[in-house]
Design a protein around this ligand. Structure first.
Ligand code: ATP
Ligand code: MG
Ligand code: MG
Ligand code: MG
Length: 492
């Protein structure tokens, strides 16, 4: 089933069940805690928090999401995109746990011929929060799922809160058993690749008086009005219904991957992985290209432009990573003019504005690739000089291993925007090592400085989420740009 059809069926099902269909909010949303909308409930927050009266008791949407924290997963796991669409259904003080579970089960197990997704009910493994006997008994008694297939999970996995006093509640998630070729049996607690999470049901029922961390909070009592917030990954459902290994192979993403493979002369999936259970680096690069090109398209479409801070830096990094991945696959010409139009072709059915706005979008993307090519050009000269010197001094001191100092790698990174893996690879091509731990030490020092700086500027709660997100970006080069303060992140 095509992604567009999965989406259409979703909206129809929930509309038929009395939900107002709400269009996706843009990725940039007026929320000081977020770089980008990262869940379907973000635009619904004022209703969930009781700050505004919802215009409808029930709503449904297909929300565009970007999770920058997942960037390092892309291409390595089977299920993480930086951009994805979250299908949601919401109840504001209307139906609650039992109806939410029934609705979810109904849609996914109704046969395809009857308008559902036709998943095999015997392969669905729900989880519930450890204390949530109510959800457990709805699954076992009302729905009829055997209790062996239900995992009880703790606060880390199955309790939702916002990190601040206010609403919270247990979750119940749906996982699908993709079969023995994907990993060991035993449910999601054993293997989250074989058992793929596709839907999270959040039962907002508790009023939290204190939240010290995700898993450490005090419940003051029940919420006066209980809400339902669910999120089903559209791409994950497409992966399942299209019988694909991973979400980079679905109809909305794969054509870009195929184009990149054609341009680089690589055959996707042809080589076995370097280590057991891992993908070959070529395949990972191709998936990164497909994912990042699509995410960049969606980000520019929603008004983000490349920059050195905040949202602009996220976009810059995606575009550069895509271009870099193409280079690592041996393609050195301009790549985006070949790739971006392929992505638009796939995405325009759901987002026609991408096509009408393509002149602007493509100009921004191609301009960034051109700028990066110049950066690469300048950095390459510096790198080559440093490599030659390293070789000379190694020869002068008796012909030992030539090594590029950590300071040089850091300078290349910091001044020329040269990512460390590029430095490593290009140095290695010339037989030169890089003092990588020296480089990482300097990066850490810079991060510490940035953090101390941010702390002294502002320690307010509103900014902690953003910092958390920043930290989760994880990559060493992420924070390297100077002047990165929390304020800059927020207003980006
Ligand atoms: P995972 O554990 O796989 O990282 P999650 O628990 O972080 O997922 P939720 O926050 O529960 O995800 O989001 C609700 C749903 O959105 C998930 O069940 C999944 O279907 C989908 N989803 C979450 N993150 C991604 C992503 N990076 N790419 C595609 N779909 C996603
Ligand atoms: Mg996640
Ligand atoms: Mg999860
Ligand atoms: Mg989840």
């Amino acid at each position: 089933m095509e992604t567009a059809e999965i989406r259409r069926r979703w909206l129809k099902y929930f509309e038929d069940n009395g939900h107002a269909v709400v269009p996706s909010a843009p990725l940039i949303y007026d929320d000081p805690n977020l770089l980008f909308v990262n869940a379907g409930m973000v635009p619904m927050k004022p209703y969930m928090l009781g700050q505004q009266t919802p215009p409808w008791p029930r709503a449904t949407s297909v929300q565009k999401c970007v999770r920058t924290g997942d960037i390092e997963e892309v291409g390595k796991t089977s299920r993480h995109g930086t951009f994805f669409q979250m299908n949601g259904n919401f109840s504001f003080g209307d139906y609650f746990k039992e109806r939410a579970i029934e609705l979810a089960w109904g849609l996914v197990t109704t046969p395809i011929a009857d308008g559902g997704y036709g998943l095999d009910p015997d392969r669905i493994w729900p989880t519930v929060y450890e204390d949530d006997d109510e959800a457990f008994s709805i699954w076992t008694q009302k729905v009829g799922v055997p209790k062996e297939r239900i995992t009880r999970r703790g606060k880390e996995d199955n309790y939702w809160n916002m990190g601040v006093p206010g609403p919270g509640g247990p979750c119940s998630e749906l996982f699908y058993d993709r079969g023995a070729q994907y990993g060991p049996d035993g449910g999601p607690a054993v293997d989250e690749d074989r058992f793929m999470e596709f839907w999270n049901l959040v039962f907002m029922q508790d009023d939290l008086s204190q939240v010290r961390s995700k898993a450490d909070f005090d419940i003051a009592g029940p919420l006066p009005a209980k809400n339902i917030d669910t999120g089903m990954g559209l791409e994950r459902m497409a992966t399942l219904l299209q019988g694909k290994d991973n979400l980079y192979e679905i109809d909305e993403v794969f054509p870009v991957l195929a184009k990149a493979a054609e341009m680089t002369g690589r055959t996707y999936g042809a080589k076995s992985g370097a280590a057991a259970g891992q993908s070959h680096p070529d395949d990972v690069h191709l998936r990164v290209v497909a994912d990042h090109v699509r995410s960049s398209l969606m980000l520019i479409g929603d008004g983000v432009t490349p920059g050195n801070e905040g949202r602009g830096y996220v976009l810059r990094r995606m575009l550069r990573r895509a271009v870099r991945a193409m280079r690592l696959l041996g393609y050195e010409d301009k790549a985006l003019p070949e790739l971006l139009p392929v992505s638009v072709e796939r995405m325009k059915a759901s987002y026609p504005e991408l096509e009408t706005d393509f002149a602007r979008i493509s100009q921004i993307a191609y301009g960034e690739e051109d700028a990066f090519r110049r950066t690469l050009g300048a950095g390459t000269v510096i790198l080559d000089t440093a490599v030659t010197k390293a070789k000379q001094s190694a020869a002068a001191t008796g012909g030992g291993q030539a090594t590029l100092a950590g300071e040089q790698a850091f300078q290349l990174h910091d001044t020329y925007g040269f990512p460390i893996d590029l430095t490593l690879e290009m140095a290695a091509e010339q037989g030169v090592h890089v003092d990588e731990s020296g480089f990482r030490r300097l990066m850490q020092e810079q991060r510490d400085r940035a953090k101390a700086d941010a702390k002294s500027k502002k320690a307010g709660h509103a900014h902690t989420e953003v910092w958390k997100e920043l930290r989760e970006l994880g990559a060493t080069d992420w924070l390297a740009y100077q002047g990165l303060s929390t304020e800059a992140k927020v207003t980006g």
